[in-house]
Design a protein around this ligand. Sequence first.
Ligand code: SDX
Length: 428
Amino acid sequence: MAEKVAKLELPGNDSIELPVKQGTAGFDVIDISKLGSKGYFTFDPGFLATASCESAITYIDGEQGILLHRGYPIGQLAVESNYLDLCYLLLYGELPSKAQYEKFAATVRNHTMVHQQVEFFFRGFRRDAHPMAMLCGVTGALASFYQDSLDVADPKHREIAAYRLVSKMPTLAAMCYKYSVGQPFQYPRNDLSYSGNFLSMMFGVPCEPYQVNPIIERAMDRIFILHADHEQNASTSTVRLAGSSGANPFACIAAGIASLWGPAHGGANEACLKMLEEIGSVDRIPEFIERAKDKNDPFRLMGFGHRVYKNFDPRAKVMRETCHEVLTELKVDDPLLDVAMELERIALEDEYFISKKLYPNVDFYSGIIMKAIGIPTSMFTVIFALARTVGWIAHWKEMLDQPGHKISRPRQLYTGEAERDFIKLSDR
Ligand code: SDX
């Protein structure tokens, strides 16, 4: 099929023809790499209309509310798969056979411990340090232990780093929690599932055996699945940008954790629960809806809106169902769920939210589930980072596997001073 071309008319009766690249789904892209030869850059702050890379990992259709991982719909994966199965799919592109799954699960299980010295990093933190501050620090520090997976040019090193990070993130996340509550760190247990082991490291204590509740284990696994990857979001783009310079994988993931921490991104689940607690009761919802609409009020409804989804976030749908299942099965009657359900109903009927296409996103219900599981609010974004590590690593590997990848280096529209001569201090 003849290559599609976009013709750009430029000032001064000039023009340029730019090739149009077509993907397997979604928007086509205009390859602007030759535009510099005409003395122009494109201008797209926040990259609202910019494709930064070619990727085959995740596809999102914001208008239709579609999310596919390697072509499989998130609704099917969340119900039929499990997190480790999804990790394999994201990392290798295909669902594993039974033998491949067992081998992958065994490898992950055998890398869950961290070097004993890692404990000493935690001792430098205040006990009330935010768990994300601790996770960001210790993840970057892993680079000081694993010399055999720092050479990003070596595919074997990249694969070992991928295993280590997927395996150790639950251990580090649980250590952040244990340190903050003054309890001893719990070692991983190889007799438990990935999610069961995480719950054991979080809530187990040396004084008695920890019994995994299968309902909570399944809910935790589903939360991991729903947060695993999401195309070129802010934190994933951060990991790609850091990785493009050849930085080691632990440093790149630490950069992703830092970006995810922001309340507009992964920090929204913590901020959403705090907002629901601040609203407190159904009768105060209208007051907060009005504040969210007030241009002079920086308040926004946390857990609502999305840069890409202008329809329901498909993950929020699954999370909503899971929320009801978990609270029913655990016999938890949380008034915050009533506030959340009423807030969702009112917001979805409000002209402001309808006109701006603001729907509940993945963070709206996850906090309520995690609270029901017994996870403190300050750990919500840590859980998000744990789950998203496999997505970050999959994109990092994909970028480095692509031949001819370059360091990312955006340009700018310069609006500063034209060149001028220096004035000595004595003459000012
Ligand atoms: C995640 O990118 C990803 O994929 C992220 C993520 C992932 O899995 O990686 O999906 C995870 O980060 C989900 C989003 C979590 N964040 C929140 O819930 C925080 C609250 N949401 C907003 O901050 C906001 O909706 C964003 C940041 C999520 C998206 O913002 P956009 O697309 O940049 O839109 P915008 O800020 O330009 O807002 C468009 C309009 C504005 O009004 P106008 O200036 O046009 O008059 O909608 C308004 C905004 O004021 N608006 C909101 C709102 N979100 C947007 N008004 C009230 N409450 C909100 N939540």
